[in-house]
Design a protein around this ligand. Structure first.
Ligand SMILES: [Fe+2]
Length: 257
């Protein structure tokens, strides 16, 4: 089966971009299943319930999350109700929503896990390994392939998590930095890996945001509102071809539209 994963949607402009293009790309590339990281879709802070519905209507089968997912209180209800929406699994069982889901795609049971790193991003979180291990154990026999979104800042941590579960995950892709990396590879036991998918939103600024506000904050330490950049929207993603009988990736390549 063929899976498309798209990097962090950074703004409502990114949502509109997917509404305009994603179904066409899915048809042209014969995509069976699509995961979109939506943790910044409202512009930094997660998404509203209406924006989540729009992204699902645009062609996303699962909306993955990250460190900003829980900052949109209006979405706690939909996180609880909709099995296609994920927040990081290492937030624990008492947080609203879920950290993984299992969906049927044709005859294939696809498990998608969202986990966060804790190096240079959210040091109070427990590391993701034990959470992923427990989820895979709990669902043993209930899924054919497993896909992980490792939402983290440090490339080394993303690689470490992917290697720790090499061969047990068909795919481990990184998100959060909004910068598409060139290190696509298949790990020794078959996990398809990339350190960061990139982003979906207005180009030309800094990680999707207009450069002026970011420079003001980082250079002068002055508070400012981040607004989306003014360039044309684009979407960065990676297409994974998966052998569902073995639960591993056999080919992967980048896509940008
Ligand atoms: Fe993030």
């Amino acid at each position: 089966m063929r899976v498309l994963a798209i990097g962090d949607v950074t703004s409502p402009g990114g949502i509109a971009h997917l509404e305009k293009h994603l179904w066409r790309v899915r048809r042209e590339e014969k995509i069976d299943f699509c995961i979109v990281n939506a943790e910044n879709a409202a512009g930094v802070y997660s998404y509203t319930p209406e924006q989540a519905e729009r992204l699902l209507g645009a062609g996303a089968d699962v909306l993955s999350g990250g460190n900003h997912t829980m900052r949109q209180r209006a979405s706690y209800g939909i996180l609880d109700e909709n099995e296609a929406l994920l927040r990081p699994i290492n937030y624990g069982g008492e947080a609203p929503g879920r950290g993984y889901t299992v969906m049927r795609v044709g005859g294939v049971r696809v498990m998608v896990i969202c986990a966060m790193g804790n190096i240079h991003i959210e040091p109070t979180l427990d590391a993701p390994y034990a959470f992923i291990e427990r989820a895979l154990a709990r669902e043993k026999g209930n899924y054919d392939i497993a896909i992980l979104d490792i939402h983290a800042e440090a490339t080394g941590e993303k690689l470490s998590v992917a290697h720790a579960f090499d061969g047990r995950l068909a795919v481990a892709f990184g998100t959060h930095t909004h910068v598409p990396t060139a290190d696509l590879k298949i790990l020794p036991k078959g996990t398809g890996y990339v350190s960061d998918l990139g982003m979906c939103g207005e180009s030309g600024g800094i990680l999707g945001m207009d450069a002026e506000g970011v420079v003001k904050k980082l250079r002068y330490h002055l508070p400012d509102r981040f607004v989306p950049s003014k360039g044309a929207p684009t979407a960065d993603g990676v297409i994974f071809d998966i052998d569902e009988a073995q639960g591993v990736t056999v080919a992967l390549r980048r896509i940008c539209f």
